[in-house]
Design a protein around this ligand. Structure first.
Ligand code: NCD
Ligand code: ZN
Ligand code: ZN
Length: 352
């Protein structure tokens, strides 16, 4: 009989989440707060979180929704627009309202239409961020409709990211939710001030999965999943233990009626099964000894924060046919990614 798989790691953090607001916030937050000590909260609300006042008030709404008995700290971000004021950025950072700013190329993804239309418009903001050591988080896809959707990440790296890193040699940058072997190579070869987050779904599905037996709207997200060889490159990067790759689920809940539609929105809700999915991937790759680096150590080091003091224990469980039902929200529901993973690992937080 093989030995039981049972590992304990520092409590992980999620460096990329969408918590939304109102009823959806209340429904989804308990899942993220149950597994992760902290999470970087994306600012693409309607309207977007562009000011210190909006971020502080959003943070209070999140704190009010944390279930009793759970320890969880939301780390806020600022949504960059063409009109962002460098002074507001610097003040929000020094007052510890936000930890980073998010670059959405206008039109690239969900709620990005107020985003940046041309990177040169935010050069004064980037100067300031470089000076104060505030990370820039990037949705790395070009928005040009002429560029094939499967090439938009690579073209972004070639045309925009390379230039940005050249013009701001000290700026800390996170290329969020990477999906391609080119992104893995680019980040691996760059200096240590460039890092990348990797989602569970991009480690588990490829572009064929989205069309398996029919179109599967709940597997549609941006950047869209790529060919199998890209998925394999992402698995190697995540499980390598290299400090520049860390955990960011990009959990992105949408009500089912908005995804199961003629023009369905992009985003995968994976919070309830996030650590189970990552643990399964690391287990399959024979790399469980490197899960802690990816999930709990590399992110804090990049952001200049201490690792969490509490711990998470993960135990592989016998296969079960149980899956997690969709999450009910009002009259609607939110489908859970890899719901069959819910019972695959038993997860328990160990207090300090
Ligand atoms: C995200 C969302 O729904 O807010 N969607 C997604 O497909 N990833 C936005 C984003 O992270 O690009
Ligand atoms: Zn994005
Ligand atoms: Zn996202």
């Amino acid at each position: 009989m093989s030995a039981a798989v049972d590992i304990t790691i520092r409590r992980p953090d999620d460096w990329h989440v969408h918590l939304r607001d109102g009823d959806i916030l209340k429904a989804v937050l308990p899942y993220t707060a149950a597994q992760f000590g902290r999470a970087v909260v994306m600012p693409n609300l309607k309207p977007p979180v562009t000011t210190i006042a909006q971020a502080a008030s959003y943070r209070s709404r999140i704190q009010a929704a944390i279930p009793a008995g759970l320890r969880f700290e939301p780390l806020m971000t600022c949504y960059l627009t063409d009109a962002t004021d460098p002074a507001e950025i610097a003040r929000g950072f020094s007052e510890q309202v936000w930890v980073a700013a998010k670059l959405y190329p206008a039109g690239a993804t969900t709620n990005s239409h107020f985003g940046v239309t041309d990177i040169s418009r935010i050069y004064p903001v980037l100067e300031t961020m470089q000076r104060i050591g505030m990370p820039l988080l990037v949705h790395g896809e070009v928005t040009d409709r002429e560029v094939d959707i499967f090439d938009r990440e690579q073209v972004f790296i070639d045309l925009i990211l390379s230039r940005l890193l050249r013009d701001f040699p000290e700026l800390k940058v996170v290329l969020e939710h990477i999906t391609t072997a080119q992104a893995v190579d680019f980040v691996s070869q760059a200096s240590g001030r460039l890092a990348a987050t990797i989602t569970p779904h991009h480690l588990m599905i490829n572009r064929s999965s989205i069309f398996e037996g029919g179109v599967r709207p709940h597997l549609y997200c941006l950047p869209v999943a790529k060919r199998e060889h890209h998925r394999l490159a992402l698995r190697l990067a995540a499980t390598s233990g290299a400090p520049r790759f860390f955990l960011g689920t990009d959990t992105a809940p949408h009500l089912a009626h908005t995804k199961e539609a003629a023009c369905g929105c992009a985003g995968i809700f994976n919070a309830p099964t996030a650590m189970q999915s990552y643990a399964q991937v690391f287990h399959e790759e024979g790399a469980l000894d490197r899960l802690e680096a990816f999930a709990s150590l590399n992110g804090p080091r990049f952001y200049g924060l201490p690792a969490n003091a509490d711990r998470l224990r993960l135990r592989l469980q016998p296969k079960s046919s149980e899956t997690l039902p969709d999450l009910a929200v009002g009259d609607d529901r939110i489908a859970v990614f890899a719901s069959e993973m819910a019972t695959s690992w038993q997860i328990e937080t160990l207090a300090v």
